[in-house]
Design a binder for this molecule. Structure first.
Ligand code: ADP
Ligand code: MG
Length: 257
């Protein structure tokens, strides 16, 4: 369980998050939604210690995040950033092997277990046949699967994904989301991700976190949080919900921004 209490994050004087209180359930999929610039990436960065917070606290499995060593954290948490840049001239195999770095001692090489995990991660993401390809030559969907494989090679208990479906066409979006769901089910990895598509968020998550202008608007099951009221309040959208759907499926009709 991740507990966030009274979290505040600032960039110089600009407040990017304030009064944030959320609980992320272990072994579940939680998705953060909210308009551009509301603080979604900032929250993932604070949770992964890529950003300092000015006040409040974050606990991961009852431990204060500030007291967890970076190397220890890297063994239990992986972050796939919003727009990761591809290191020049690197192969798929090499990039995925970076995921093992927290586990290998200083000056040591990858061992058999590391190679097994790398192969497993490539297999999971259906990228085994691409091992020797340069990442730069891959399509957007393939590249995204390699990044996820790298995160998986870290064997994280917690996986943070910032807009993992961006730049992908609709079928690759679902492919990546199905992969995330499968990882969650088979390895009981806690997943916290940011998605733009409200309906995909509702379909794939057991919990939704809604942010607007640096503040928390709500947290809970999709049926409780994705409602006409929040669509209006948070996204300035009026619309309808599809009837007889297993999860809230919003059909926007007009924006009154
Ligand atoms: P989101 O991911 O929800 O689109 P972000 O968390 O990236 O939003 O950003 C939240 C706010 O903080 C935005 O107003 C953004 O301009 C600002 N911000 C993000 N990164 C920085 C930075 N490095 N320096 C200053 N302001 C930033
Ligand atoms: Mg963002």
């Amino acid at each position: 369980m991740i507990k966030v209490r009274d979290l505040e994050v600032k960039y110089d004087k600009k407040v990017a998050l304030k009064n944030i209180n959320i609980d992320i359930n272990e072994g579940e999929i939680t998705t953060i939604i909210g308009p551009n610039g509301c603080g979604k990436s900032t929250l993932l960065k604070a949770l992964s210690r890529n950003l300092k917070y000015s006040s409040g606290s974050i606990e991961i499995h009852d431990k204060d995040l500030k007291k967890i060593k970076i190397r220890e954290l890297a063994k239990s948490m992986a972050l796939l950033p919003q727009a990761p840049s591809v290191p020049y001239d690197i192969s798929v195999k090499e990039l995925v092997s970076y995921g093992r770095y927290p586990f290998i001692g200083f000056g040591k090489r990858l061992n058999r277990k590391d190679y097994e995990v790398i192969d497993w991660a490539l297999e999971k993401c259906d990228m085994k046949g691409y091992k020797c390809r340069k990442v730069a030559t891959l399509s957007g969907g393939e590249r995204q699967r390699v990044w996820i494989a790298m995160a998986l090679a870290q064997e994280p208990k917690i996986l943070l994904l910032d807009e993992p479906t961006t730049y992908l066409d609709i079928s690759h979006q679902f492919e990546v989301l199905e992969l995330i769901k499968e990882i969650n089910r088979k390895t009981e990895t806690t997943i916290l991700m940011v998605l733009h598509d409200i309906n995909q968020a509702a379909k794939y998550s057991s919990d939704i976190v809604i942010l607007k202008k640096a503040e928390l608007i709500g947290q809970g099951a999709p049926e409780k949080t994705i409602t006409s009221q929040t669509m209006e309040e948070v996204f300035n959208l009026k619309g309808k919900f599809l009837e007889n759907s297993h999860y809230p499926h919003f059909i926007p009709e007009m924006s009154y921004r």
